[in-house]
Design a protein around this ligand. Structure first.
Ligand SMILES: Nc1ncnc2c1ncn2[C@@H]1O[C@H](COP(=O)(O)OP(=O)(O)OP(=O)(O)O)[C@@H](O)[C@H]1O
Ligand SMILES: [Mg+2]
Length: 501
């Protein structure tokens, strides 16, 4: 007989980082067979709490009980062996190895000669994947899989360890709607088998769809734990940000001027990507770019910015055609691009906040004799990050030590500092908490009021509808619709987004 109703109890957990008390006496308990959501602002301490549980960080105080018995994991391997698994916010696998090798890393089945039994390993993996309804090849290289498939591998790995607790840190941030449905089915299955799922997300709707219980954290402390059935989204938001938010979007009041960017018949070199895209962006406009994951929206904006090759078509800025599409030309013509994937194209993890913020605008901060004006740089970077409320112990903190959402804010600060006339934002609020989202929207509204223009790629319908003057919808690389403010609705966007699906 178990003498506790909880599978995991974290009691009085504290964790200090230089300059930050990330966790301050946190109590967190999870029942088996439940989905327990963990919510809170960027930097609240959610990932840190889970990393303490998982043995990645050593806690400074507190204890962890697993099935009522005190335990302490010294490494992730320890935790997995005890049945605690974690699907990370930023996926971490060995890209050049196969699916099977990644799943069985460090505990490969051996044959009678004590060599790795590849055949069995592939066979076991196949069974495991089939059980979860994943249809990718166990022998495929990790790097050849989509994000959702890679995540699938991590889930398969958790299942292979017979996990009794699976932590998922923002698992749906790069999934298509279809993949989210699949993931939720898997979660429900695991729950039925008695597994406890700790689910971290900034997406309010998901919490109400999938979670049984929700714990809200703020500033390293637990604010409350409630059954999801007894709480609504307004209450949840106010618990998270510590105040009521009545409006999710600020008013966008700008004067629409002349065409500032014209994209004409743009076609990607990659035949599987976008084709024949033409549209115009006006001065003072926020132009939304909607569509489902895979619609080629990121590819399109990256091509406009000169990161991806095109086979034909032209881009005009203020009526002047760009001679070549390169990032250098684009920046020179007054464009900025906030990338969606902070890990691959966004941050420099081992450099500090100042450098990460100022990298593309260094030339604006030279003294008369051409030297960098460091004092001014730090000051400007500080001001910009302050405006977005980036939470960092100092300007010289390495960006890798910031929470996921705060890394995103640094990238946003970076491009705001270059003061571009045309700002392209790819999923600008992904991984950003509700309070900070509002800050970002306010800045967008302010920019267009000043006569700047914005292209915003977004998968969040409310955001597209709440912020855009017009929305262009892509589906499978083709432009399927363009909707004016009056026609904007979730149904209309979906209709065009699934035109060819
Ligand atoms: N390795 C580290 N070194 C220094 N500070 C850290 C480290 N990891 C986290 N922190 C700090 O601890 C605090 C909590 O961060 P954490 O990543 O747990 O936030 P979070 O709630 O997961 O936020 P998000 O929603 O943005 O992912 C932040 O202030 C962060 O900067
Ligand atoms: Mg986090």
């Amino acid at each position: 007989m178990k003498d506790t109703e909880f599978v995991i109890e974290m009691i009085g957990i504290s964790k200090n980082f230089p300059g930050v008390l990330a966790l301050d006496g946190v109590d967190f308990k999870v029942k088996p067979g439940t989905v327990h959501a963990l919510m809170g602002e960027n930097g609240a301490g959610k990932s840190t709490l889970m990393k303490c549980l998982f043995g990645i960080y050593k806690m400074d105080a507190g204890k962890i009980l697993l099935d009522g018995k005190e335990c302490r994991f010294n490494s992730a391997a320890d935790a997995m062996a005890a049945g605690v698994s974690m699907i990370h916010q930023e996926l971490s696998n060995v890209p050049e190895r196969s699916v099977a090798q990644n799943i069985w890393l460090g505990r490969e089945p051996l044959n009678k000669f004590h060599l790795i039994d590849h055949k069995k390993m592939i066979q076991d993996t196949k069974q495991l994947l089939e059980g979860l309804n994943f249809n990718f090849d166990p022998a495929a290289r990790m790097s050849s899989l989509s994000i959702s498939q890679q995540q699938g591998c991590e889930i398969a790995k958790a299942v292979s360890y017979n996990a009794s607790i699976v932590v998922m840190d923002e698992p749906t941030s790069s999934l298509t709607e279809h993949e989210v449905v699949h993931l939720f089915n898997i979660i429900r299955n695991l729950r039925e088998k008695g597994v406890a799922i700790i689910y971290i997300s900034h997406k309010m709707e998901e919490i109400f769809q999938i979670a049984d219980t929700v714990t809200v954290m703020r500033d390293g402390k637990v604010v409350r734990t409630d059954p999801v059935s007894e709480i609504d989204s307004n209450r949840l938001i106010s618990l998270m940000v510590g105040r009521d938010i009545t409006h999710r979007f600020p008013p966008v009041e700008s004067n629409i001027g002349a065409v500032c960017l014209k994209v004409q018949n743009l076609t990607a070199s990659n035949p599987r990507s976008f084709k024949n895209i033409s549209f115009e962006l006006y001065k003072g406009e926020i132009l939304g770019l909607g569509g489902l994951v895979g619609a080629q929206r990121t590819e399109l904006v990256e091509a406009i910015f000169g990161i991806r090759p095109v086979s034909s078509g032209q881009v005009f800025v203020n009526g002047v055609p760009l001679r070549r599409l390169t990032p250098h030309e684009a920046i020179h013509a007054g464009m900025g691009l906030v990338t969606e994937d902070r890990r691959q194209t966004g941050i420099f993890p081992l450099l500090d906040v100042t450098v990460n913020t100022t990298i593309p605008s260094l030339d604006n901060y030279r003294t008369k004799i051409g030297l960098l004006d460091h004092k001014k740089l730090i000051e400007m970077a500080r001001t910009q990050n302050h405006q977005l409320r980036t939470k960092t112990p100092s300007m010289s903190t390495l960006v890798q030590n910031l929470s996921g959402g705060n890394q995103q804010k640094v990238i946003l600060s970076r491009w705001l500092m270059t003061m571009p006339d045309i700002l392209i934002m790819d999923e600008p609020t992904r991984g950003i908490d509700v309070g900070a989202k509002y800050e970002i929207y306010t800045i967008m509204a302010e920019l267009v009021k000043q006569g700047k223009s914005i292209i915003m790629v977004s998968s969040e319908m409310p955001e597209l509808i709440g912020m855009s003057h017009r929305v262009i919808v892509l589906c499978a690389g083709k432009m399927t619709g363009i909707l004016g403010k009056q026609e904007l609705s979730q149904e209309e966007i979906m209709r065009f987004a699934t035109q060819f699906a």
